[in-house]
Design a protein around this ligand. Structure first.
Ligand code: NAP
Length: 286
């Protein structure tokens, strides 16, 4: 059964699904290729149309996995990729984008992101993004791992409507962005893409999913702690979640978490176990 995932408006007027699929760690081992393609394909079949990738993941390998999964159904996919900061010069961005498009076997990206801020002046990167947008090779562009001051700078450089999203680390154990970045983006109609909803890998993943409060909430709803953690993210306004999963059971669980309605009591219990920030925290990154 296909789940219809709600969308959030982007500043450009286009829309982005609030739940998708990550690909970090894919495309690294030839033996895993078929399983990874099957995972993304299952996700697409279940309604998870957003796929997040990057030239960094498997050094192009993840984009090759994605290409296989989206073959013949590109129009049904919302495709996000990212440029390395060391490729983010005026010419470098255009060349990197062309390489990504080729690996992905597509003519366009729905959103192209600067993976994190490096030494290339931001103006240069954003102008190159604008050029790619004009050419129709990317439909929107944005940034990743930008804190509020970086976002303010990006928005000031280009016209305010240009920055589509900021993709940052956000989950129950990393709530720092609730202090200022999240409200700042929300007030400007800029959705935040939350990466690593399960804190990526053990031991942090195991710690999160083993937390008593999360297990208690999950038990009350007859779901897994991972589903409760994902549902919590989807309850945050203006947030898009991109869990990565290869195991079919995980993909099915993540998709089903979309329908999980947490109660005010659940949310309060999670707030006690994973307190929101009481002051400005530096942006956490993986
Ligand atoms: P994640 O999604 O937090 O966690 C991935 C791990 O969780 C995998 O081991 C996966 O196992 C497991 N998992 C998935 N669903 C599960 C479930 N229902 N129950 C239990 N375990 C489950 O980690 P992530 O890959 O770091 O983050 C997600 C995506 O965000 C990335 O893939 C990438 O696209 C993006 N990202 C972006 C940045 C950035 O700098 N912009 C940084 C990090 C990540 P299996 O794979 O075995 O199913």
């Amino acid at each position: 059964m296909t789940t219809t995932i709600r969308t959030l408006p982007l500043p450009s007027g286009r829309t982005m699904p609030v739940l998708g699929q990550g690909t970090w760690g894919m495309g690294e081992k030839r033996a895993q290729f078929d399983a990874e393609v099957a995972a993304l394909t299952l996700g697409l079949d279940l309604g998870l149309a957003l796929i997040d990738t990057a030239e960094m993941y498997g050094e192009g390998g993840a984009e090759a996995v994605v290409a296989e999964a989206i073959a013949g159904r590109r129009d049904d996919v919302f495709l996000v990729s990212k440029v390395y900061p060391h490729n983010a010069s005026r010419r470098g961005v255009v060349a990197a984008c062309e390489r990504s498009l080729k690996r992905l076997n597509t003519d366009r990206l729905d959103i192209y992101l600067l993976h994190w801020r490096g030494s290339v002046p931001l103006t240069e990167t954003l102008e190159a993004f604008a050029t790619l947008k004009q050419a129709g090779k990317i439909l929107d562009y944005g940034v990743s791992n930008f804190d509020t001051d970086d976002m303010a700078e990006a928005v000031a450089i280009m016209d305010g409507a240009a920055t589509a999203t900021d993709q940052v680390l956000y989950n129950l154990t990393h709530r720092g962005i609730e202090w200022d970045l999240l409200p700042w983006c929300e007030s400007r109609g800029i959705p935040v893409m939350a990466y690593s909803p399960f804190v990526s890998a053990p031991p942090a993943l195991t710690r999160l999913l083993g937390t008593a409060a999360l297990k208690a909430v999950a038990t009350r709803h007859g779901v897994t702690p991972a589903q409760a953690a994902l549902a919590w993210l989807l309850h945050q306004p203006g947030v898009v979640a991109i869990p990565k999963a290869v195991q079919p059971a995980h993909i099915r669980e993540n998709c089903a978490a979309y329908d999980l309605a947490l109660t005010p009591g659940d949310l309060a219990e999670l707030d006690r176990a994973f307190p929101p920030p009481r002051k400005k925290m530096p942006l956490a990154m993986l």
